[in-house]
Write a protein that binds this ligand. Structure first.
Ligand SMILES: Cc1cc2nc3c(=O)[nH]c(=O)nc-3n(C[C@H](O)[C@H](O)[C@H](O)COP(=O)(O)OP(=O)(O)OC[C@H]3O[C@@H](n4cnc5c(N)ncnc54)[C@H](O)[C@@H]3O)c2cc1C
Length: 512
């Protein structure tokens, strides 16, 4: 629909039809006037943040003919020699159920990924799954009852969110060893905090999406370079061709409200401001907290004040160049925390990144989550610790020497889904009619996690803009795969039980 509107000349007085013939015969300068007018007539959208969420929204709105500007604040963190952006920090895997991202990559004609791989899991005693006794594995079965009960609705989140992940695993009879060597490290690298500090709702949602919904779900591919280089750069280039503006170094600090309409009229970046018809905030929790703290307009709204109660944890990334080849059996690895530290991941970049394929040495990257206690350490101490932990997983590391290193410290970088946090998390729409939220911490009902969730919330925010402005078509969002038949039957049985229980006297009397 928008395409046909744009094909017609548009006149400054706004009339399209009566002057149509005269417009059609216009001279060259009239044409340029009409191009300018056409741009002025396009609805303007400002998107704050250029991660998966912001780019996802920009992608769809550009295609719908909106005048889109993306403001990117950037991070002044990371090694002093190199400016790191959030998508350069850490290595990102793409799991089998990331259907919207895989569709996007096909649409863009990109081939950024490795082939499908599985990850290894290490504990103090070595490669874990090969050794975990069958009886310990069996103790994970009762947990399926909680997974069936947790159906990602608001009711399910409110029921399970106040409980810790450790508590729910204990309630359902998980063995000490399965918890210590498998679930606890998996949660620490998936939800970026130890199990006693993670919400059971987030745990059940994540476990179901990544592990239990489908046998293939835990298979994943890696980007053959950083996400920025392999996906975001070609993607933003394609959007620039469609007229999208990307402005870097624009740290949004505040918003301005039009008192008459109650809508946001502009966002402020220090001395600059950007007006638009609609706005999307696609930034992480700690960024939004900084903006809220400085913004009288946002401080006046309850949903933004609640964000101040949320939390994020620290990330440490350690990239090491070794003097020799070390044989690492799997490209991607999860390891339990050693010496009381948090679980962490390590990657053989020599087998993942194109750039290092022909290297004579091994390049390994370790990502350490919930690393609040490691960030203050000196680089040398960090390298010493990481090399000793690597050697405990794979003996060959003992013989290798580090010849170069790159260490990134990212305070308050990772969303912390702590027990009880759900009630403070924001939804996609806000109390401002033309301001929408997107990102991996925004509550939605799609059921995806991490990058796929961010991208999906970006598309959802774009759809809200389309709806608000009343122009353009909605983005198609692919749902998560249907539950397998046995899960569908169990969930329907469970729903019926709830309905019966709800009719009993005193059904709301006891703590749920
Ligand atoms: C180490 C690590 C490993 C991970 N591993 C995986 C994985 O294997 N698989 C997976 O799916 N997910 C993984 N994730 C999670 C995934 O990366 C995130 O869920 C996703 O990138 C979040 O995207 P986003 O667009 O919501 O936010 P972000 O990517 O954080 O984007 C926010 C953007 O806003 C910008 N910004 C910040 N402040 C301002 C401001 N004031 N003004 C303007 N712009 C601003 C930032 O620079 C940034 O570009 C990992 C994350 C980390 C940190």
């Amino acid at each position: 629909m928008l395409a046909s509107l744009r094909a017609r000349p548009v006149f400054p007085n706004g009339s399209r039809s009566s002057n149509f013939r005269r417009g059609f015969c216009c001279r060259a300068e009239d044409q340029s006037v009409s191009v300018v007018t056409e741009r002025q007539n396009k609805k303007k959208v400002v998107i704050v943040g250029s991660g998966w969420a912001g780019l996802g929204a920009a992608h769809h709105l550009c295609k719908q003919g909106f005048d889109v500007t993306v403001l990117e604040g950037g991070y002044e963190l990371g090694p002093k020699t190199k400016s790191l952006s959030p998508d350069d920090a850490g290595i990102r895997g793409f799991w089998y159920p990331y259907r919207n991202i895989f569709n996007l990559v096909d649409e863009l004609g990109l081939k950024p990924f490795t082939s499908w791989t599985k990850s290894a899991q290490y504990s103090e005693e070595g490669l874990e799954f090969a050794r975990l006794p069958f009886t310990d594995r069996l103790t994970s079965l009762p947990l399926m009852a909680a997974v069936i009960d947790f159906n990602n609705t608001d009711t399910a989140w409110r029921k399970y969110d106040p409980i810790t992940a450790r508590e729910i695993l204990k309630q359902f009879g998980c063995s000490e060893r399965l918890f210590r060597d498998v679930f606890d490290p998996l949660l620490q690298v998936g939800l970026f905090a130890p199990a006693e500090q993670c919400s059971a709702a987030a745990t059940l949602g994540m476990l179901y999406y990544f592990v239990l919904a489908n046998q293939k779900n835990f298979d994943l591919v890696w980007c053959r370079g950083t996400v920025r280089e392999k996906i975001f750069q070609p993607w933003t280039e394609s959007m620039k061709i469609q007229g999208c503006r990307f402005l870097e170094g624009r740290k949004v600090t505040d918003v301005v409200v039009n008192e008459e309409t109650g809508c946001i009229s502009e966002v402020i970046c220090e001395k600059e401001s950007f007006k638009a018809d609609a706005f999307i905030l696609a930034v992480g929790i700690s960024t939004l907290q900084e903006i809220v703290q400085n913004s009288a307009a946002l401080c006046g709204r309850e949903e933004f004040l609640k964000v101040m109660k949320l939390n994020s944890t620290d990330l440490l990334t350690v990239k090491l160049w070794l003097d020799r080849k070390v044989k690492i059996p799997y490209s991607s690895n999860v390891s339990s925390g050693f010496d009381g530290a948090c679980a962490w991941t390590f990657f053989d970049l020599s087998t993942i990144y194109d750039e290092y394929k022909d290297s004579a040495s091994t390049i390994v990257q370790a990502d350490l989550y919930h690393a609040n206690d490691l960030l203050p350490l000196k680089d040398e101490k960090i390298v010493e610790k990481v090399m000793s932990w690597l050697s405990r997983c794979i003996k060959d590391f003992e013989n290798a020497t580090v010849v170069d290193k790159e260490i990134g410290r990212f305070p308050k970088f990772l969303t912390h889904f702590f027990p009880g946090s759900y009630k403070y998390m924001m939804r996609g729409p806000t109390s401002f009619p033309n301001l929408y939220m997107a990102g991996d911490w925004i509550v939605n009902r799609h059921g995806s996690w991490s990058q796929e969730k961010s991208y999906v919330t970006g598309l959802e925010a774009a759809n809200r803009v389309v709806d608000y402005v009343g122009e353009g078509a909605f983005a198609r969002i692919v749902g998560v795969e249907e539950d397998e038949p046995h899960i569908q039957s169990l969930r329907s049985f469970n729903r019926n039980l709830y309905d019966i229980r709800a009719q009993l006297p005193f059904s709301n009397y006891f703590l749920q």
